[in-house]
Ligand binder design. Structure first.
Ligand SMILES: Cc1cc2nc3c(=O)[nH]c(=O)nc-3n(C[C@H](O)[C@H](O)[C@H](O)COP(=O)(O)OP(=O)(O)OC[C@H]3O[C@@H](n4cnc5c(N)ncnc54)[C@H](O)[C@@H]3O)c2cc1C
Length: 326
């Protein structure tokens, strides 16, 4: 049986989160068997070169002008049509903003279960077993599926991406869908991009986040400087966002973004469970806090007990010196 992967694109390019889902599908295909097929909804044919980046050997392409923006009803229809055509054992979605909205809709339409925001997949006795953090990351739940196909969404930055397809034998099969955009119950009317060129938090390799201990938005300049020296994206705790110091797009945590960068630097953040829920799966966590009992130190790989206003500029300077010699 095949494994189907939802290929998410942005500006005509396959998103990194989809390559990660494909990489995991290719790995699972070794034990579950079957080809890896991608299903992609695009406004126009993105061309083989763009789809080749995905890494699958076949792509079912549903083209419709309404797919220039996220169009839930039509895209659900495309994924359901792909499931009916391919009859996969599993369908993988990225747990991106789009995937988090789309996967439950597809599950409801198919009447099957969904394991959302998974951090590991395994095949045991021929069955797919998904692991996902629950209770704000305090416990790990292992999920098996009774129905078929098994639907899972994968937390970004956890799984190794599939290498780009060489384009040689990539098959693109048109997938006809009828979309009645006028009858859609919800519609994306406008997309407001955050500052141009900034790597999205969910895709960032390195994140430097600031908390309420910074005492005001003007002090985020030390966070920005450290982030610039590391090539990092800036994040924030909810206390900072609620205070209006940073935009909600910067918020990490249970009611913000879930991130899994290689390096997460938490500056003047206490480490409340709701913050940990969004970042505890980061590969390496560095905490800077003046309170030695701050809960953030319980999840940190490296901790500095000290005043952020002294530690952060010193760290930035040291990194800049290293950069200069690199
Ligand atoms: C339903 C719900 C959902 C929530 N969702 C989220 C979420 O998504 N994300 C999130 O972050 N929070 C969330 N929260 C809020 C969360 O409970 C905390 O209130 C919040 O994370 C605290 O932010 P903070 O660590 O920046 O501030 P504080 O808890 O005030 O911590 C500030 C820290 O800075 C340290 N500090 C102070 N001065 C300095 C200094 N000069 N140098 C170094 N350290 C210093 C202090 O020791 C302290 O540890 C949620 C809460 C609820 C109830």
């Amino acid at each position: 049986m095949a494994i189907l992967v939802f290929i998410e694109q942005r500006d005509g390019k396959v998103r990194a989160v989809s390559r990660e889902a494909l990489g995991e599908a290719v790995r699972l295909a070794g034990s579950l068997g079957g080809p890896v097929v991608g299903v992609c909804a695009a406004a126009a044919d993105p061309g083989l070169a763009a789809l080749g980046e995905a890494g699958a050997s076949e792509i079912l392409l549903a083209s419709h002008e309404a797919f220039g923006r996220y169009e839930p009803a039509g895209i659900v229809q495309a994924v359901v049509a792909a499931v009916e055509k391919v009859k996969p054992a599993a369908v993988l979605f990225p747990a991106s903003a789009m995937g988090r909205d789309l996967a439950p809709r597809v599950a409801a339409r198919l009447g099957v279960g969904l394991a959302a925001d998974c951090t590991a997949l395994a095949v045991e006795g021929g069955r797919l077993i998904a692991s996902r953090p629950v209770y704000a990351g305090k416990a790990l739940q292992r999920v098996a599926f009774t129905g078929s196909p098994a639907l899972v969404s994968l937390r970004p930055k956890i799984f190794a991406p599939a290498p780009a397809h060489n384009g040689g034998t990539l098959v693109v099969t048109p997938l006809p869908v009828e979309v009645d955009a006028a009858a859609a119950r919800s519609r994306v009317r406008e997309v407001k991009a955050t500052s141009a060129g900034k790597v999205d938090l969910t895709e960032a390799e390195i994140i430097v986040s600031g908390g309420r201990g910074l005492r005001g938005p003007e002090h985020f300049d030390i966070i920005e400087a450290l982030a610039a020296s590391l090539g990092a994206t800036v994040g924030a705790s909810r206390a900072v966002v609620d205070a209006g110091w940073r935009s909600h797009g910067d918020q990490v945590g249970q009611t913000g973004k879930t991130v899994s960068p290689k390096l997460y630097v938490a500056v003047a953040i206490s480490g409340a469970i709701q913050h940990l829920a969004g970042m505890s799966s980061s590969r390496c966590i560095v905490a800077i806090n003046k309170d030695p009992d701050a809960p953030i130190f319980k999840v940190a790989d490296f901790g500095v007990v000290g005043d952020a206003f002294e530690v952060v500029p010193a760290l930035t300077e040291a990194i800049q010196k290293l950069n200069a010699h690199a």
